[in-house]
Structure formats: C-alpha cells, structure tokens
Ligand binder design. Structure first.
Ligand code: NAP
Length: 286
C-alpha cells in the first residue's frame, strides 16, 4: 500500500517547525499538543506555555474540554506571533445543526480570544445533524472566520455520505490512531481524497508504551517508547497531538526529528494493530 498517494509524505526538514499544506496557502504544523483532560485554569496555561517553549505551534482544544479560555490566555501572553500559531477547536455534539454550530463557533472564538480559528472540526458525526453543521462550517470558512474546517471521528462511510451532499471536502479528519489501531484503509482513503489525517490518543493514553516491540525500537534508536510511536505517525504522514501536563514529557514528545524508522521497523509497528480503542467506535454511528 502506498499511503501517501495524493498528499505526499511530510517534508520534515524543518524539524519541529515542519508543516504540511492542508488548503491552498494554508500550512498546518505536523505535531501538536492536545489538551483534553488537562484541567482548566493554570494547568492548561502551563501546558500550552511549555509546548510553545518546546517549539510546538499547533494546539488542539475543543468546546467540550472546558479549557478554551486557558488556551487563549496562554497564546495571547506568549511571545510567539499569532500568525505562527495554529489553534484547533471543535463543535460539540449538543450544538450541532446549522444555527447551533454558528452560535457555538462564536462562543469558542470568544473564549479563545482570537479573530480567526485556524481549524474548526465537527467533533463527532452526529446523525441527522452533521450535514447542517457542515453547511455552517463551510460558511465560517467562506467568511474567513475559520481558516480551515474539518471533521473528527468520521469513518469512510461518514466521509462518503458528506461528499454526496457537499462539494467542500474536510481539510482534516481527526481520529483515534496508533500502532494498536492502525487504520490503514481510512488513512489510504483520506490520502487519496486530499484529507489530512490527524491522530488522537496517539500514545494510547500511555497504556501500551511498555510493549516489547516498541521497547526494542526505542532502545535501538536511543529514544523513548513515546517518541518511537509518534515518529511512526509522522512517517505515515499523520499529525499526532499527544497530551501531557508535564513539561518534561511535552518536550520529550517533540523530539522526533533526529531519527528515522526503517521500512521493517515501520512494518513491525504496523503489525501491532489489534483494533484497540480508547474512545467510542464511530463506526457504530450511522
Ligand atoms: N477528537 C476526539 O474525539 C478526541 C478524543 C480524544 C482525544 N483527542 C485529542 O487528542 C489528544 C491526545 O489524546 P489523549 O489525551 O486521549 O491521549 P494520548 O495523547 O495518547 O495520551 C495522553 C496520556 O499519556 C501520558 N503521556 C504523555 N506523554 C507521555 C510520555 N512521553 N510517556 C509516557 N506517558 C505519556 C499523559 O500523562 P501526563 O499528562 O501525566 O503526562 C496522558 O495520561 C487529546 O488531548 C485531545 O486534544 C481528541
């Protein structure tokens, strides 16, 4: 399988500042910090600050996480120019529908304290509502309020259904993705349709980093298990958004650009797939 048929592999020559084009003229960092379950308040602010110090430029939050204001405060008080930052937030299920999505976007934008959101995602494919939510997101993009729009937890069936009712293709699909949930078919589909895949729970929430295959690769490269798994994402052309509240781990998770996994090492990690999920399975959603 050639997973990069339409989008091409990442150019990682800029290290942590590497980006990939997700829309004409719009580039997205290839690594981000996730802040789900990072407590609102100072913990989120400090995690974002630590990430910016380590060179991250993409921050992934959501209305549902309850910490958009803290992300906003951290980026406003940082010395990194706004145009270098890439802020993603998401439309929660209760707010789906055309009017609901427009209103929810404005609440998120105001909590973040930004004039434009870089990427706005439909968090989950809520049946009967997601098409109208998408219509609202396309309007937000047309009006320049969101620089890019996308989806999360969409399967191939959800993406195909969306393509039947809208000419606007999501720039990004954020899904659970790890060596233990290697969604090769979805990756191939997204690549060939110009949709950037983004990996949530890329570290399997820390629960499988002691796997011997990962441990052996980490030892061979003098890297940590987390770094091996995140590098695997990058070499598949997938953007990982690991979460941590600890500055030393935030930094560790960013040091991915000074080693490379060989083809047999990538295949060994691909082979760990067991369909393991930390979150709900969206294929159950019609
Ligand atoms: N779209 C969606 O539906 C959806 C769903 C889930 C998540 N997400 C996004 O994806 C992000 C990441 O996913 P996630 O938070 O579920 O899981 P994750 O990033 O796979 O794992 C986070 C867990 O791993 C630990 N950890 C972090 N770095 C580590 C390291 N180097 N070594 C060992 N353990 C480490 C963290 O603990 P410490 O904090 O104590 O370091 C935390 O418990 C979220 O924050 C969120 O932004 C999106």
């Amino acid at each position: 399988m050639s997973p990069r048929s339409a989008r091409g592999a990442f150019d990682l020559s800029e290290g942590i500042h590497s980006t990939t084009e997700i829309r004409p003229g719009l580039r997205m960092p290839v690594l981000g910090l996730g802040v789900w379950q990072t407590p609102a308040g100072i913990a989120t602010e400090e995690a974002v600050r630590a990430a910016l110090r380590s060179g991250y430029r993409l921050i992934d939050t959501a209305a549902m996480y309850g910490n958009e204001s803290d992300v906003g405060r951290a980026i406003r008080h940082s010395s990194v120019p706004r145009e270098e930052l890439f802020v993603t937030t998401k439309l929660w299920n209760d707010d789906q529908g055309y009017e609901g999505a427009l209103a929810a976007f404005e609440r998120s934008r105001s909590r973040l304290g930004v004039s434009t959101v870089d990427l706005y995602l439909i968090h989950w494919p809520v049946p009967g509502k997601r098409e109208e939510s998408w219509r609202a997101l396309t309007q937000l993009q047309q009006e320049g309020r969101a620089r890019a729009i996308g989806v999360s937890n969409f399967t191939i069936a959800h993406l195909e259904a969306l393509a039947r009712v809208s000419e606007v293709t999501p720039a990004v699909n954020q899904v659970e993705f790890s060596p233990f949930l290697f969604q090769a078919e979805l990756l191939e589909y997204c690549c060939s349709h110009g949709i950037q895949l983004e990996a949530y729970s890329p570290l399997v929430r820390g629960r499988r980093l002691d796997h011997p295959v990962i441990g052996a690769l980490a030892a061979a490269h003098g890297k940590s298990p987390a770094q091996v798994v995140l590098r695997w994402d990058l070499q598949h052309g997938v953007i990982p958004i690991p979460k941590s509240t600890r500055p030393e781990r935030i930094q560790e998770n960013s040091q991915l650009f000074d080693f490379e996994l060989g083809p047999s090492e990538m295949a060994a990690l691909d082979g760990l797939d067991e369909g393991l999920r930390m979150a709900w399975d969206p294929s159950e959603i019609g």
